[in-house]
Each structure stands twice: as structure tokens, then as C-alpha cells.
Design a protein around this ligand. Structure first.
Ligand SMILES: [Fe+2]
Length: 543
């Protein structure tokens, strides 16, 4: 048996050399393909991460060539190299390219056995004097909930420096669970067909999301700067667990490690996970114009939400909210953030990308807003529970910074003392918002907050049977004057433009994610001037 296999492999090698083919190392069946397109991300002033994944391969150590050109036809190749991949990394491929000129656009592709990937486009960070930076800001891309029309819209926008993804890039649920009501009709049933638990599960879910044509189109067009939120692992995660993780689902640490490993494999981000000490907080410098500071408010140092767990009472929630020791970022990240804020003495703006709403926002009384004759995704019992909770205007959603008021006040003090024109980007809530961020005992904003709606996750409008479409917006703004803009009904993205004078945000909203045909409108437009954060956001729709 051994001898026959040996002979077969010798014959295979001879045939391969006779036909001019390189021997396929340990590969079994089929020719390799790049089914998940290409992506780039984590730009530096002299480099970036290039990403792809080889499909239809098995075995060890496949060599994958990458090429970088200065033109989209790939005729003027300026750099190339080979990276190897295997089943240990799920055949994902990453090239950490350095030594490139700053502020430049490049085109790239991968090759294996003569098979070429699509061509992607990417950019190095600019240095020195920078006039302008432009970003698409997104969060909450839920595959079964709808088509990624928002990604397609971003792909057709040519002049962006990067796409900033604030998390919920994938969702962990199986069929019949959250936001899968339309999945069958849309041809977007979750794969695998169960809630994610194992490394293989998380890998297959990432593969499904990255098979989406609109996702492929966006990634090949723009570099990505991403952080995870909770659903890359499990709903309402904190450092020691998650609302959607039960003891009978195995160990939290195992599930978390599997999810994180798959994320690092499948996302165009630098580095590999290193056990419990995995950090994704990091900074990107756009010359003298801005620092983009990305944080982890989810897994690194977050204490448990005050309203989570089996033995929650109104008293226990109140005690937790008053506890000055409860953390959102954790000591190590807090220290890193303070040092980073203080170190950027030359930049005009400090943009902080993170997961959950920062501004202190009170919930409106829901009772008068609802019409129970109208359809809702929630059962009546649950709606009644939310209505009861909302009486007396408590802080809205305790999974946000609203559940960590002491940690928030400490952060706002740091922003006030150390930051240069802080603009905070937040996702998670599936709601467009523009907020002035005013400390508890202050009068003026110390930061402004820009929140894109979801790419496709359902908003409040699909859960609450509102009497009027804008009832929740009007009621929220009535009790929160710092909420300058809010839209609960449409999915979309925020276009953020920064110059030395001004930071402007535009909400690009699509009318549907349940059809591939969509109409886009630019709705909210707000801006803040550098050196004048205390004046807050101004509405520039009619300027
Ligand atoms: Fe989400």
C-alpha cells in the first residue's frame, strides 16, 4: 500500500513537471478559487493588510501570490510576494505589506495555480499636511435581515479614504431566531443553520457574509477599519459572558476564543489573536488632520450590564448604576486611551470609533406612542414589559454607556482635558442619531456623537407598533434636547468629511433592504467646527 502511494506520487510529480505545472502540495480535488473576493484594511502610512481566501483547496501550505500595481489593469506591478495558507487558518490569506509610499492608491490581486482573484483597490495613510479625509461609517450588517444595498451604495462611491465598520459585522443567530423573519423569502437563510458555537460555525458564517456580492463589491473598492461589537461573538457580550450564552452551550472562554479567531482569520485586520489578551484598540493617523482611535467597549474590559443575569431587581440595577468601580473599557485600555489622546498634539481632530451610544439619552414614555392594532415583531407581553420599563424616562438601553454612567463621566473628563476636537462614532442601536455629548454636571458638549443606522438589521420601527412613523423620534428629542437628529426607520451609512475647518456628517439612507432595487436619499446633514465643539452640532440641511 505504501509502495503504491509512493509510486503514484512520483508519477504525479513527473506528470506535473512535464506539463509545466507546479506540484500541488497536498491538494485534493478541484481547482482553487477566490469565492470571497478580496479585501484590504488596517492602513499604515507605508502599508496595509491585503486579504483573500482560497476555496476548493485542502491540504497543507498552499502558496498564494499577491501583486500590487499602480494601475487598475495591473500592468505596472510595483510589488509582489508569496504568502502561504493552510487549513489551520481556514485557507484565509493575509499579506502585511510594508515599505510603500504614503498617501497613495494601489491596486492588488491574488493568484494561485494561474487562477486570478478580482482586482481590489486600497490606499496608504497620508502623512504631513492633509486637506481632507472622507469615510463611510457603518454598523450592524445582518445577512438574513436584508440585502446589503448599503454596501453596494458605498461600493459605488469613489472618493472614500476608508470604510469604518463599528461592529456587528456578522450575527450569531440561527434560523427562526432574531431578524430571520424574511430570510427564507430573501434567499438568505443563516449558514450554518444553527446559532454559532464552534470555530467551524463562526468560520462558515463569515464565509456566508463574504460570499455576498455587495460585500465583495464594497471590500474590493475601499480599505476597511473594523472593530467587533457583540454579535461577532454573542448578543450583549461583556468580558465574562453574554446574554446569548448559556452554561449548557459550553464554556464562554472557548466560544469567545473561537469567535475571535474566526474574526481575525476572515477580516482584513493586522495581527493574530493571542489568548485572553487580544486587543483591537488601535490608532490610525491621517497626517496632521486627524487621529482615528478605535476602541473595544465590548470584550476587553467591560463589566456585566446592570440589567443582565437571572437575579436582577430594580434595586440591583440601581446599585450597579451607582457603583463607581464598574468599567466599560478596563484599566489598561483607559490608560492607553489617555496616553493616545495626550500624544496627538499636532492633529486637528480626534475621531473615536467605538461600538455603543455614548451620549446620556433618556427613554421616552412608550405607552402613548404605540398602537397595538398595528403589526409588531414582538409579542404583546414583551411590548407591555417595555412600556412599563419606559415609564419615568429611565436611561435608554443599559448595554450602552448609559449602563456605565461613572465610566462615562470619567471618559468625558478625559475628552475635555486631553482631546482635540473629539468626534465619537457609535453603532449598535440600528438608529441614525447625531448627539451633543454633555457631561452630567455640564452645560456644553465636550464631544459630538455620530451614529449610522444599521446596514440591514431591523430598527425600532419593526419592533414597536408606532402610531406615527416618526413618533419615537419626536418623543426622544422632546426629553433629550442633545439629540439633534434621529431616524428610526431607514437603514444606511454615514458619510463623514473632515477638513481643518469642519467635520460634516451626512446620513445616506436607503428605502428598503428587502429588495435589491432601492432608492437612496441624503437626509440628515450636521457639522461642527474645529475649535468650537462646545457649540455642538449644527443642522446644515438648509445652509
Ligand atoms: Fe446590531
Amino acid at each position: 500500500m505504501l509502495r503504491r502511494n509512493f509510486l503514484r506520487s512520483i508519477v504525479g510529480l513527473v506528470l506535473a513537471s512535464l506539463t509545466g505545472l507546479r506540484p500541488a502540495l497536498g491538494r485534493a480535488g478541484g481547482s482553487p478559487r477566490f469565492d470571497h473576493g478580496v479585501a484590504s484594511g488596517d492602513p499604515l502610512s507605508d502599508g496595509f493588510i491585503l486579504w483573500t481566501r482560497v476555496s476548493g483547496a485542502s491540504g497543507d501550505s498552499l502558496p498564494v501570490r499577491w501583486l500590487i500595481a499602480s494601475d487598475p489593469d495591473m500592468t505596472r506591478v510595483v510589488r509582489q510576494g508569496v504568502v502561504r495558507t493552510d487549513d489551520w487558518s481556514d485557507y484565509t490569506v493575509k499579506a502585511d505589506v510594508r515599505g510603500m509610499p504614503s498617501g497613495s492608491t494601489f491596486y492588488y490581486r491574488f493568484e494561485i495555480d494561474g487562477v486570478e482573484s478580482v482586482v481590489g483597490r486600497t490606499r496608504t495613510l497620508p502623512e504631513d499636511a492633509v486637506d481632507r479625509a472622507r469615510f463611510a461609517v457603518v454598523s450592524c450588517s445582518n445577512h438574513p435581515a436584508g440585502y446589503f444595498n448599503v454596501y453596494r451604495d458605498i461600493a459605488s462611491t469613489g472618493d472614500l479614504d476608508a470604510v469604518i465598520h463599528l461592529g456587528d459585522y456578522i450575527y450569531e443567530y440561527g434560523p427562526g431566531q432574531y431578524a430571520t423573519e424574511h430570510a427564507d423569502r430573501l434567499g438568505r437563510l443563516p449558514e450554518p443553520a444553527a446559532e454559532l458555537q464552534s470555530l467551524d460555525d463562526y468560520r462558515r458564517r463569515h464565509a456566508q457574509y463574504k460570499s455576498d456580492p455587495d460585500s465583495i463589491a464594497m471590500h474590493r473598492q475601499h480599505p476597511l477599519i473594523a472593530v467587533w461589537d457583540d454579535h461577532e461573538i454573542a448578543n450583549d457580550a461583556w468580558r465574562g459572558g453574554a446574554e446569548n450564552h448559556q452554561d449548557d452551550e459550553g464554556g464562554w472562554q472557548d466560544r469567545r476564543d473561537a469567535a475571535i479567531r474566526a474574526w481575525f482569520e476572515w477580516m482584513p485586520v493586522r495581527g493574530v489573536p493571542s489568548g485572553a489578551d487580544t486587543r483591537i484598540f488601535r490608532r490610525f493617523r491621517y497626517g496632521n488632520l486627524l487621529s482615528l482611535i478605535m476602541l473595544d467597549t465590548r470584550l476587553h474590559g467591560r463589566d456585566r450590564q446592570p440589567d443582565a443575569g437571572a437575579s436582577v431587581t430594580p434595586e440591583s440595577v440601581s446599585t450597579a448604576l451607582q457603583d463607581p468601580e464598574r468599567r466599560m473599557l478596563g484599566h489598561r485600555q483607559e490608560g492607553w486611551l489617555r496616553r493616545t489622546l495626550a500624544a496627538d498634539s499636532e492633529t486637528t481632530w480626534q475621531v473615536i470609533g467605538q461600538q455603543v451610544m455614548l451620549a446620556p439619552v433618556l427613554a421616552p414614555d412608550l405607552g402613548p406612542l404605540l398602537d397595538h392594532e398595528r403589526p409588531s415583531m414582538l409579542p404583546r407581553e414583551q411590548l407591555d414589559h417595555y412600556v412599563a420599563l419606559s415609564e419615568g424616562n429611565p436611561p435608554m438601553v443599559l448595554d450602552t454607556w448609559n449602563g456605565y454612567p461613572h465610566a462615562r463621566e470619567a471618559l468625558l473628563r478625559d475628552l475635555q482635558q486631553l482631546a482635540r476636537n473629539p468626534v465619537v462614532l457609535s453603532g449598535d442601536l440600528h438608529t441614525s442619531m447625531a448627539n451633543n455629548v454633555v457631561p452630567h454636571d455640564g452645560e456644553k458638549p465636550v464631544a459630538v456623537e455620530i451614529m449610522p443606522p444599521a446596514v440591514s438589521s431591523p430598527g425600532f420601527d419593526e419592533y414597536l407598533p408606532l402610531r406615527e412613523p416618526d413618533a419615537l423620534t419626536r418623543a426622544t428629542q422632546a426629553v433629550n434636547p442633545a439629540v439633534r437628529y434621529m431616524d428610526t426607520q431607514r437603514r444606511g451609512w454615514v458619510r463623514l468629511t473632515l477638513t481643518s475647518v469642519e467635520c460634516a456628517a451626512e446620513w445616506h439612507l436607503v428605502d428598503t433592504v428587502h429588495s435589491r432595487d432601492y432608492t437612496k436619499v441624503v437626509d440628515g446633514r450636521f457639522a461642527v467646527r474645529s475649535g468650537d465643539i462646545g457649540a455642538g452640532l449644527r443642522d446644515i440641511r438648509r445652509e
